[in-house]
Design a protein around this ligand. Structure first.
Ligand code: S3P
Length: 393
């Protein structure tokens, strides 16, 4: 059976909430968040917490820590230190927190002593599960009430986890209401395998025409729009052995393909549901017939790298005959089957998803890629190369 890591989003939420889970197969992001959350829970004053490369970790823990109103500093690596944090510090400061940022934008995030108001209403301006979760965790640790208005749905792992732990949380249409005065019940959480890691192997199965089943994968509907995209592109997807454990659904996924892949247009509300899979969709588009267009995805520029710019520059090197257009919030790809087999040097920007996406492109063509580094794969998928070597020789 292919070994896949535990879901990075759910595991990091467990880490911040100090909920027990099986820590046996997790990437560097989850390890860093676990370490920082444990340090925070140690009750020492004036801590410096290092979240490494994890945007989810720093945003979730900032919310949780700001709710406690305890003085601490959150830092990260070079890439995390360039990612925007006003999206969380603005609502938290409006709520009563005392947070300051480097250059008023970036980590280090300094949290001062404060007390949040007892009731806060916030309408999300960016459709982001990290912002939503940051605020929910702040309500819980400050024992206050929050009402979040979410017009474009994003992944709902925090809401599910809080429900699982008996929190006073209500979801009414586009409103999420959490009364943080009620303590949660600490439970053991069975974390499913990470859909966003499985996505690379689903793509590998389709492009190499293998039918290797992927077992026990998280199939929360706020995460799996990638499967619908693949179906629309012409792949056959089947889910088996569906079950719900710890309030999160999981299933075995088989993907196969007997037709030509077609290009696709994706925009609007679908984007947050597949934001982490867009680099991989771009790779699939290189092997499809016809144009692929992605719009409304400006958030890609604020991930571990500027994924729009890095994807396009690497795709052009991978296949100089490809037709590419860059938009502020997306791109257009007109594929060309005219690959040459010369090896190619690509830049990763320290971004795990860029490396894994192009590894799949390499598998599909036999082309050799030299990356300027490969360690960043460890942030989400330890053992990725071994899996590829063993299952897609
Ligand atoms: C995540 C949410 C997404 C996603 C990230 C993990 C989460 O970010 O890109 O990899 O666990 O909440 P945004 O919600 O900020 O888009």
């Amino acid at each position: 059976m292919i070994k896949l890591p535990k879901d990075k989003s759910i595991a990091q939420r467990c880490a911040v909430l100090n909920l027990e889970f099986d820590e046996s197969f997790i990437g560097e992001d989850v390890k860093n968040t676990l370490h920082a959350a444990n340090q925070f829970a140690s009750n020492k004053e004036d801590l410096t917490l290092d979240l490494g490369n994890s945007g989810t970790g720093i945003r979730l823990l900032t919310g949780y820590a700001a709710g406690f109103g305890k003085k601490c500093t959150l830092i990260g690596d070079k890439s995390l230190s360039k990612r925007p944090m006003r999206r969380i510090s603005d609502p938290l400061n409006n709520w009563g927190a005392k947070i300051s940022l480097r250059d008023d934008k970036y980590p280090p995030i300094e949290i001062g002593k404060s007390k949040l108001q007892s009731n806060f209403v916030y309408e999300l301006e960016i459709p982001s599960a990290q912002i939503k979760s940051c605020l929910l965790l702040a309500a819980l640790s400050s024992k206050t009430r929050i009402e979040i208005i979410e017009n474009i749905p994003s992944r709902d792992h925090t809401e599910r986890l809080l429900k699982e732990c008996d929190a006073e949380i209500l979801i009414e249409g586009n409103k999420i209401i959490l009364d943080g005065t009620k303590e949660i019940t600490k439970k053991f959480i069975d974390v499913p395998k990470d859909f966003s890691s499985a996505a690379y192997l689903i793509a590998a199965n389709i492009l190499t025409e293998k039918v290797i089943p992927l077992v026990g994968i998280g199939v929360n509907e706020t995460r799996t729009a990638f499967l619908n995209v693949l179906e629309e592109m012409g792949a056959n997807i089947e889910l088996h052995n569906y079950s719900v454990i710890s309030n999160e659904p999981r299933a075995d996924i088989t993907a196969s393909f007997d037709k030509k892949l077609k290009g696709i247009s994706i925009s609007g509300q679908k984007i947050p549901n597949l934001i982490d899979e867009i680099p991989l969709i771009a790779i699939m588009a290189m092997f499809a017939e016809g144009k692929t267009t992605i719009k409304d995805a400006k958030e890609l520029r604020y991930k571990e790298s500027d994924r729009i710019s890095l994807l396009l520059s690497n795709m052009k090197k991978f296949n100089p005959n490809i037709g590419l257009k860059e938009f502020d919030d997306g791109f257009e790809i007109i594929p060309s089957k005219n690959f040459n087999n010369d090896s190619v040097d690509l830049k990763t920007g320290g971004d795990h998803r860029i490396i894994m996406s192009f590894m799949i492109a390499a598998l599909a063509t036999g082309k050799k890629i030299n990356f300027d580094e490969t360690e960043s794969v460890e942030t989400s998928f330890p053992g990725f190369y071994q899996v590829i070597e063993a299952w897609y020789p």
